[in-house]
Design a protein around this ligand. Structure first.
Ligand code: 13P
Length: 266
């Protein structure tokens, strides 16, 4: 990120999922959050509305201190063609998205395998979208097999990239750690900052082992899963992460705005 300072540069991303119901409501939230995003000095704000609302969002650039950037919540694994109901990465890019969320647990539950996720990531990268790949275990077992799940999800993605994609990866790939057991739950379900920190180190290590230390260190890792304004502070401060991927609370412009302010103050 371009701002030079001692401050930490966070990415605060909001995944609206299948909300809100109307374009009018979407515009109201866009306006409120974009105001916040413009006043942020070090924090990049990303909003992932439902695809039909993309072009109503005012995305200007991927820098801190500008309007919120837009993300598509999913893309097709195909370039184009007879795939009714699907949205291609190129279409999303042309409608104003600069980011894509791929491999969200709700998409994986609907049938996206590691293989499909890796194909979607390639489509997104080829279309010039910064790609937020979601990984996370469904449960934390006492034998730490969950680490293997996360490792396999990451390796499926990075192992399928071609040389050109790998070369631009430090700019274009972001990993979101979203433990499935903490998504959409009560806000005290989110893991402790120390557990998130541990996982963030692990994710960077897995990437480093596959693609080299230089890349592993630079790939931003976000945390998502039952984040609210209250728990976001300790997670941002002590979670060893580069930002948040927020679900429900990203539709509440006051609380989401509070997270942007706090991230920007660190
Ligand atoms: P919640 O913040 O509603 O738990 O959702 C998290 C999420 O899935 C973000 O992608």
């Amino acid at each position: 990120m371009p701002v030079k300072s001692q401050k930490r540069n966070f990415i605060i991303a909001g995944n609206w999922k299948m909300n809100p119901d109307s374009l009018a409501d979407a515009k109201t939230i866009f306006a409120a959050i974009s105001r916040k995003a413009r006043s942020a000095r070090h924090t990049v704000v990303v909003l992932a509305p439902p695809a039909p609302f993309l072009s109503a969002g005012a995305s200007r650039s991927g820098r801190a201190g500008t309007a919120a950037c837009l993300a598509i919540q999913d893309v097709s694994e195909h370039v184009s063609g007879a795939f009714t109901g699907s949205v291609s990465a190129r279409q999303a890019r042309s409608a104003g998205a600069e980011y894509a969320i791929i491999g969200h647990s709700e998409r994986r539950k609907a049938g996206d395998t590691d293989m499909i996720v890796s194909q979607k990531v390639r489509q997104a990268l080829d279309a010039g979208l910064r790609t937020i790949v979601c990984v996370g275990e469904t449960e934390r077992d006492p034998h730490a097999h969950y680490l293997r799940t996360v490792r396999e999800q990451i390796l499926a993605v990075v192992g399928a990239l071609d040389k050109k994609q790998v070369r631009s990866l430090t700019h274009s790939l972001i990993v979101a750690y979203e433990p499935v057991w903490a998504v959409g739950k009560s806000y005290d379900t989110a893991p402790k900052p120390s557990d998130i920190h541990e996982m963030s180190i692990y994710i960077k290590k897995v990437i480093a082992e596959s693609l080299g230390k230089k890349i592993g260190i630079k790939i931003p890792v976000l945390y998502g899963g039952s984040v609210d304004l209250e728990n976001s502070k300790a997670i941002l401060k002590d979670g060893g992460i580069d930002g948040l991927l927020v679900g429900r609370q990203s539709l509440d412009s006051k609380d989401f705005g509070g997270m942007i302010d706090y991230a920007d103050s660190l």
